[in-house]
Design a protein around this ligand. Structure first.
Ligand code: ATP
Ligand code: MG
Length: 340
């Protein structure tokens, strides 16, 4: 049984955590996750995950199913309590305290942390009995104590931003999945969080509806919202992300700009993962022997819990050229996801 030292670990900024292009000069990090560990019983799911995010950055987290992506995101705003480590968002710091009861002051810090970092889930989670505007004003009124009039104004502003002003009085079950997810994004925005967390926001959607949601997210990224996005949308990750974190078995094994992590991955595990997306992309040997991945316009892993070989038969044929020059089959390293 692993024992974990209590207390706050020092935050170490990885050399690869270079501030993105929209970050104001000299800005301090807005998110510091330090050595986050998470156990579910004996299952050691997160193994020392640290992340530094500067204001106005978009971060994407990539990794295969079960690697700990959702757990990490949930630990950032204490939807899940880390077993060890510390989270600091906009100066509100909470360290893991598995052994002691949390004092009232600390519970208040967790509440503030949750207000600073709002999550958009895969499954929208709209209230079915409330209209769109009802969904949008619910949290500002009940959590922030805003007046209904002020909350409605705010809600309408963000509804316009996601292009759904005409659906103001509609009910969620009369919206498409893409529209529902755009409402969910508007709802998150009404809380005016410091950081938006997205957990696979498009993976429950019919492929034809993915684009409208990604478009909203790209706009948010370009206008300088701070976002941390778990996604399998490589095109989005490549175009919108300042930095990509590849997580493998609870550890960030590769961190860097998308041009590195997605197009010229250095870590064998990142390469192996990316090879699942190669059904319609191709890889050739670049300068210095590193593989160069050419991505198609958009890549959707339509059901991430299934073996990608089933979804993308071409992946079986995709060859990855390793840095050392030998060729391997894309599906060779897929053995960690046996079918039930
Ligand atoms: N509430 C929980 N209780 C027990 N185990 C959990 C819980 N949540 C997650 N796990 C386990 O933690 C590990 C990581 O799960 P997590 O959901 O973070 O993976 P993920 O990378 O988000 O995967 P996916 O791509 O399928 O969403 C898995 O082994 C999972 O079974
Ligand atoms: Mg997940």
């Amino acid at each position: 049984m692993t024992t974990i030292a209590p207390g706050r670990p020092a935050h170490v900024i990885d050399p690869a955590e270079v501030p993105g292009s929209l970050v104001p000069t000299g800005a301090k990090p807005i998110v510091r996750a330090s050595s986050i560990e998470k156990f579910f019983g004996d299952n050691h799911v997160l193994r020392g995950c640290s992340m530094t995010v500067y204001p106005r950055e978009t971060i994407t987290i990539l990794g295969r199913s079960g690697s700990g992506k959702s757990t990490f995101l949930r630990c950032l705003n204490y939807l899940e309590a880390p077993s060890a480590g510390a989270v600091d968002i906009d100066g509100v710091e909470v360290d893991a305290a598995p052994m002691r009861r949390r004092a009232r002051a600390e519970r208040e810090r967790i509440r503030r942390l949750r207000l600073s970092a709002t999550m958009v889930f895969q499954e929208f989670n709209l209230f079915p009995h409330l209209s769109v505007i009802g969904n949008l004003i619910e949290a500002p009124v009940h959590v922030k104590g805003m007046s209904k009039a002020a909350a409605s104004e705010l809600g309408e502003r963000y509804l316009a931003k996601v292009g759904l002003s005409d659906k103001r009085d509609e009910y969620p079950n009369r919206l498409s999945g893409g529209q529902r997810q755009r409402v969910a994004i508007a709802r998150a925005l009404t809380m005016e969080p410091k950081v938006l967390l997205f957990d696979e926001p498009t993976s429950a959607l019919d492929p034809s509806l993915v684009g409208e949601v990604l478009k909203v997210m790209e706009e948010l990224a370009h206008e300088g919202r701070t976002m941390i996005v778990v996604t399998h949308e490589m095109q989005f990750a490549r175009e919108a992300a300042d930095r990509v974190y590849y997580i493998d078995q609870g550890q960030f094994v590769e961190i860097g700009p998308p041009e590195q992590v997605i197009e010229h991955p250095r870590d064998e595990r990142t390469r192996s993962f990316l090879s699942r997306f190669l059904g319609s992309a191709h890889v050739h040997q670049g300068a210095g022997g590193a593989p160069v991945v050419h991505m198609p316009e958009r890549m959707v892993e339509s059901h991430h819990h299934e073996d990608p070989g089933e979804e993308h038969p071409h992946a079986e044929d995709a060859h990855v050229t390793h840095a050392d020059g030998h060729h391997g089959h894309a599906h060779d390293a897929e053995g960690d996801h046996p079918h039930p």
